[in-house]
Ligand binder design. Structure first.
Ligand code: PMP
Length: 359
């Protein structure tokens, strides 16, 4: 029996996608082999790779002037990849700090460039700093921010418009494909796949072409955006199976009506859960209302001694991976695209019943 899995990542995948992968596992369309066993340079895999890219471009409306890269190394690889590709030693780079993942990105960037923290939400990281207060540099090589903080459950519901023309770089690991976005506002978008895109092992980078060709000397070739773009992400062996699975997810998203429809459903799911939390004094979400994530919803109990009981009883009800991040405690429900509305409804009714029993 499948459970409702609220994992922050690797996360639930659409059941239809898993079923299709199962059907195609031993013999992909008459090739007599699984996608895992194919040469990445053969006709069969190239067709899979190209279809996935075309579908992703269609879903996100990626302009022709952007390259889409299918890489390895995770979002954390890009914490180094971004400064290596976009800045020279000694350059100033702007970062916005909204929580745990921003901090990690900042820590890595400091190894390569002069980091100016243009805005810092400050402890306990439950809001987005007011754009008009950001202290952006005159000549930053780029400005980096984290549109959705997976641990804190803090999300930007706007794209910061920078008046000085500085390229905007976004770690969209836990929000990419959750709703439509205007790619043209960004210089680089990147994210690990293991939340909304597919299985772990694949990292997406969407980069504006005029930012290519700037990697500093010493950049490992497999992290060099231009080198990878030139080779269609196949300078070395790409994560073929994860790429294929992401392609199946993109087709599934198109069948759901694309990102506009997905965004509507995601908004409804989040509203349902936040309303349940806010209408009870037994549960609490600490995030400022205009910064609440649609994807990751942390909450605590009024009686934290019941945390373990909550997790255990939820598991018995088929609701799993609700533990909060080890640095935060409490609970966290991650409700990415593949979590159906019915899963959130089941969680909400479990929460009501748990409160009735234990409050
Ligand atoms: N950024 C964000 C926002 C994340 O949620 C994560 C993973 N949870 C990372 C970066 C790190 O990604 P990876 O594990 O793919 O390196």
């Amino acid at each position: 029996m499948r459970v409702y899995n609220f994992s922050p990542g690797p996360a639930v995948l659409p059941q239809e996608v898993l079923e299709q992968a199962r059907e195609e596992m031993l013999d992909w369309r008459g090739t007599g082999m699984s996608v895992m066993e194919m040469s990445h340079r053969g006709k069969a895999f190239i067709s899979i790779a190209e279809a996935a890219e075309a579908d992703l471009r269609e879903l996100l409306g990626v302009p022709k002037s952007y390259k889409v890269l299918f890489l390895q190394g995770g979002a954390m690889g890009q914490f180094a990849g971004v400064p290596l590709n976009l800045s020279k030693p000694g350059d100033t780079v702007d970062y916005v700090n909204t929580g745990a993942w921003s901090k990690k990105a900042i820590g890595e960037a400091k190894q390569y460039a002069r980091v100016n923290v243009a805005a810092d939400a400050g402890e306990p990281y439950t809001n987005i700093p007011l754009l008009s207060n950001w202290k952006v540099s005159e000549n930053a090589a780029y400005l980096h921010y984290t549109p959705n903080e997976t641990i804190g459950g803090v999300e930007f519901h706007f794209v910061p418009e920078l008046k000085n023309g500085t390229p905007l770089v976004a770690d969209m690991s836990s929000t990419l494909l959750s709703r439509p976005i205007d790619i043209a506002k960004f210089g680089v978008i990147y994210g690990g796949a293991q939340k909304n895109v597919g299985p772990a092992g694949l990292t997406l980078v969407i980069v504006r072409e005029d930012l290519l060709g700037r990697a500093r000397p010493g950049t490992p070739a497999f992290m060099d955006y231009s080198a990878m773009a030139k080779e269609g992400s196949m300078l070395n062996t790409p994560p073929t199976y994860a790429w294929y699975m992401a392609g199946l997810v993109f087709q599934w998203l198109k069948r759901q009506g694309g990102l506009k429809a997905m965004g509507e459903t995601n908004r409804r799911k989040a509203e349902l859960l936040y309303t349940a939390i806010d209408s009870s004094s037994f549960y609490k979400n600490p995030v400022q209302h205009d910064a609440r994530s649609w994807m990751n919803i942390p909450f605590v109990l009024a009686r934290p001694e019941l945390d373990k009981t909550f997790i255990a009883e939820a598991k018995d009800a088929g609701l799993v991976t609700l533990e909060g991040h080890r640095s935060v405690g409490g609970m966290r429900a991650s409700i990415y695209n593949a979590m159906p509305l019915a899963g959130v409804e089941a969680l909400v009714s479990f929460m009501k019943e748990f409160e009735r029993k234990h409050a």
